[in-house]
Design a protein around this ligand. Structure first.
Ligand SMILES: NC(=O)c1ccc[n+]([C@@H]2O[C@H](COP(=O)([O-])OP(=O)(O)OC[C@H]3O[C@@H](n4cnc5c(N)ncnc54)[C@H](OP(=O)(O)O)[C@@H]3O)[C@@H](O)[C@H]2O)c1
Length: 285
């Protein structure tokens, strides 16, 4: 089975550097198949969120897998409509009930919508009680992190942000490195669209290693010490995506990929106040 490296978080907790993201797996049978194939292929780290609507299925899949709890690394996220101290407390209880787990490995603030400081304070309490092993944020820009860190006790263990060869997040990365916050990449394959898979540089590199473009992109994330969890519901792609630990990109190839930066996001901007306000109106059950 593939030997997935761990990354040590700022509280000494180990996180598998590679896992499975389960956003947009909305059919139960599709979800259960994907998770089972992933477990069979050696995935042990799953990234979900209350917003994805599949925490309950994940809880069921974990039980049915027979895998020991301590072998798994499970992340979930508090949704924008649940910000605030009391709201976050009850959102976390709902998540734990759905997942049917005794503890969560990592809990994130999904987006920096209003009231994230109060949300964080509730998360800090669960963290101190040991019900969450690590707490972190998602879609936080440098100024959000500075604000949060100036008002609270626990430094986030991770920041999960859109990252792929066309949007590499170099400035944020440097800040995260300086502050010992791990970088998690969402949309690591650029959501599988937006021309990344036909990029001529990536294609050339993939041919020289006899790998796919997806594998080259994932390998690039791994060599930058980023944590990745590409999503797929296809058995052969799940197997392909994890098969990235038997080759290495050279310094020259890493430099060529560095030049692909476009400065353009594919998805929402965390500084878009209208998007944050609208999303915070979407209640989830
Ligand atoms: N914190 C946040 O705000 C946030 C936002 C977005 C995502 N995320 C997390 O990050 C995870 C990954 O991001 P993502 O799902 O948006 O995008 P992604 O992993 O970059 O791309 C997934 C897409 O690529 C396709 N794909 C996967 N492997 C492939 C391969 N080897 N060859 C060709 N196509 C392939 C998938 O299709 P098939 O499924 O059909 O194979 C899917 O359409 C999510 O699942 C979620 O856990 C977090």
């Amino acid at each position: 089975m593939t030997n997935i490296p761990n990354i040590k978080l700022n509280n000494d907790v180990l996180i598998p550097q590679f896992g499975l993201g389960v956003y947009k797996m909305q059919e139960k049978s599709e979800f259960m198949d994907a998770i089972n194939w992933a477990f069979e292929a050696g995935y042990r780290h799953i990234d979900t969120a209350a917003y994805y609507g599949n925490e309950e299925w994940l809880g069921q899949a974990i039980k049915e897998s027979g895998l020991a709890r301590e072998e798994l690394f499970i992340t979930s996220k508090v949704w924008n409509a649940d910000h605030g101290y009391e709201e976050t407390k009850s959102a976390f209880e709902k998540t734990m009930k759905k997942l049917d787990l005794d503890y969560l490995d990592l809990y994130l603030i999904h987006w920096p919508s209003d009231n994230y400081v109060e949300t964080w304070k509730a998360m800090e309490e669960f963290y101190k009680e040991g019900r969450i092993k690590s707490i972190g944020v998602s879609n936080f820009q440098i100024h959000h992190l500075q604000d949060l860190m100036s008002k609270t006790d626990v430094v986030p263990a991770v920041d999960q942000v859109e990252t792929h060869p066309y949007f590499q997040q170099d400035e944020l990365r440097e800040f995260l490195l300086k502050n010992n916050i791990a970088h998690e990449a969402w949309g690591p394959l650029g959501h599988g669209k937006n021309d990344l898979f036909t990029d001529p540089i990536l294609t050339k590199i993939s041919e020289s290693h006899n790998k796919t473009v997806a594998q080259v992109i994932l390998r690039w994330h791994i060599q930058r010490n980023t944590i990745v969890f590409p999503k797929s519901v296809h058995k052969e792609r799940l197997a392909q995506n994890i098969d990235i630990f038997d080759f290495e990109l050279s310094d020259e190839e890493m430099t060529e990929i560095k030049k692909l930066e476009t400065g353009k996001r594919f998805a929402a901007n965390p500084d878009d106040k209208e998007f944050l306000a609208e999303s915070a109106k979407k209640k989830i059950d």
